[in-house]
Design a protein around this ligand. Structure first.
Ligand SMILES: NC(=O)c1ccc[n+]([C@@H]2O[C@H](COP(=O)([O-])OP(=O)(O)OC[C@H]3O[C@@H](n4cnc5c(N)ncnc54)[C@H](O)[C@@H]3O)[C@@H](O)[C@H]2O)c1
Length: 247
């Protein structure tokens, strides 16, 4: 991967940071993005050295996504792989007031679906002008297929949207040299789940199959897709859920 440039969103911790480290370990140049460019992504970029650049954008506003893409593209003059990883998991109580419910729906859809879609739009424009095209990897979730807990309709809906969008891009843009994949984890032991782990304990999440995923388990699958070796599997979603939901 020494001549590849990858943009990983939401790389301050969890799956995004593990993905950036794994890809940098294969020699790739990695743009590590998160909300705050002075926070954990700056430290991560420092750890990875001159193969990494830290950028910050709030993806709650999809209008910010094109500027993020441009800044990432400017760094090495190309991007080969987009990893749309940033996401949020905030509840929306169907029994609660309508205001916070709609707000949570809109924020979740913006961060988990509309901003990733906007980055895909930019990526396709760039990739069709590159001889080698490019690869899009979108983070979906088991929730897209199985459904989610009572306060997370919006999260499941956003991730199902990610799957449908990824399939559409794969079908429509293969001719442009673009391949697109979704990755659908089940429970992964990241800061995302700290509140739930604090309540239930880690063992609770292993009770189905005895397996708990660490961020590296997902990062390895992303790295394989990013390598280009799975080209003809474009449009597929890879489940990384320890067989907690086999479909
Ligand atoms: N952890 C899990 O169990 C799990 C399961 C299925 C899918 N996923 C998906 O995997 C992806 C990564 O999750 P994770 O578990 O590593 O979570 P995480 O919370 O550790 O990482 C998500 C990152 O996204 C960033 N982010 C959130 N809102 C943002 C915004 N408005 N603008 C820019 N960045 C923002 C956060 O700062 C954070 O660094 C997410 O898309 C999530 O939906 C996670």
């Amino acid at each position: 991967m020494t001549d590849r440039v990858v943009l990983v969103t939401g790389a301050a911790g969890g799956i995004g940071a593990a993905t950036a480290r794994t890809l940098a370990g294969t020699g790739a140049h990695v743009v590590v993005h998160d909300l705050d460019p002075e926070g954990a992504v700056r430290d991560l970029a420092g750890e990875l050295g001159d193969r990494a650049l830290a950028l910050g954008t709030d993806l709650a506003d999809p209008h910010g996504a094109p500027a993020l893409w441009r800044a990432a593209l400017e760094w090495r003059g190309r991007i080969d792989v987009l990893v749309n990883n940033a996401g949020i998991y905030q509840p929306a109580d169907p029994e609660g007031d309508l205001g916070p419910w709609v707000e949570s729906w809109q924020r979740t859809l913006s961060v988990c679906l509309v901003s990733p879609a906007t980055l895909c739009r930019e990526a396709i424009k760039t990739f069709r002008g590159q001889e080698r095209g490019g690869i899009i990897i979108n983070m979906a979730s088991r929730a897209a297929f199985r459904g989610e807990d009572a306060e997370y309709w919006h999260y499941a809906a956003a991730k199902a949207g990610v799957v449908a969008m990824t399939r559409t891009i794969a079908r429509q843009h293969g001719r442009d040299g673009v391949t697109a994949f979704a990755v659908a984890p089940g429970f992964v032991n990241t800061p995302f789940n700290d509140p739930a782990v604090a309540v239930h304990g880690l063992d609770f999440f292993a009770q189905d199959t005895g397996l708990v995923a660490e961020p590296g388990d997902v990062a390895n699958v992303i790295a394989f897709l990013a390598s280009g070796l799975a080209r003809h599997a474009t449009g597929t979603t890879i489940d990384v859920n320890g067989a907690s939901y086999v479909r």
